[in-house]
Design a protein around this ligand. Structure first.
Ligand SMILES: N[C@@H](CCC(=O)N[C@@H](CS)C(=O)NCC(=O)O)C(=O)O
Length: 190
């Protein structure tokens, strides 16, 4: 089993954490340049990571990779509530990727521009919902949605993408898990 990704991507990190007890090769790529980009392009036309190669299959998208691994290793199926939690986590992740890429591209994020306003509204509403769900105990166990929430919050802190003001439950959720070995082993700061 081969996982193509980058060390900083929160989407890749969730699969690395999920596979922490499963033998696999992690192929770390610089997805935007040179030979590594060609390698990525030879594996997936979507040109995004993660991408999993296993048993003659190439699987794109962390959500589909999770479904594939769930079937292969018979992990517990997610409830519909947990599917919604993943959608909420992915919504924040996707919107922050858009704003981050705008910044990296030197595009001024005009707060009043529709594309920026839409991302910010989605990020704030979704983070508030996730903060409430943590308070309500939905992330008390270390399951796949918790892994995805952790890698999102830790990436936000790492890249300083949001102040997380009034999101104390999210901040303490991160602090509670930060010493887990599979998280220190995949820390993007290293
Ligand atoms: N829905 C995808 C999102 C993956 C994604 O956006 N990955 C980013 C890295 S964090 C990426 O590859 N971006 C490349 C690009 O946007 O060109 C998933 O869950 O795997």
């Amino acid at each position: 089993m081969k996982l193509y990704g980058s060390t900083t991507s929160p989407y890749v990190r969730r699969i690395r954490v999920l596979l922490s007890q499963t033998p696999h090769d992690f192929v770390s790529l610089n997805i935007y340049e040179g030979e590594d980009r060609e390698t990525l392009a030879s594996k997936t036309p979507v040109l995004r990571v993660p991408c999993l190669e296993d048993d003659g299959h190439l699987i794109f998208d962390s959500r589909v990779i999770h479904n594939y691994l769930t079937e292969k290793f018979q992990y517990a199926a997610l409830s519909w509530e947990q599917e919604n939690q993943l959608t909420t986590i992915d919504a924040v992740n996707d919107s922050l990727v858009i704003l981050f890429q705008m910044k990296q591209s030197g595009i001024e994020a005009d707060r009043d521009a529709m594309i920026v306003r839409n991302q910010r509204e989605r990020i704030d509403a979704s983070l508030r919902a996730l903060n409430q769900q943590v308070e309500d105990g939905y992330f008390d166990s270390w399951h796949y949605p918790s892994i995805c929430l952790y890698t999102l919050i830790d990436w936000i802190e790492f890249r300083q993408l949001h102040s997380l003001k009034e999101m104390d439950a999210l901040k303490s959720f991160r602090e509670r898990h930060t010493d887990r070995i599979e998280l220190t082993a995949t820390d993007p700061r290293k």
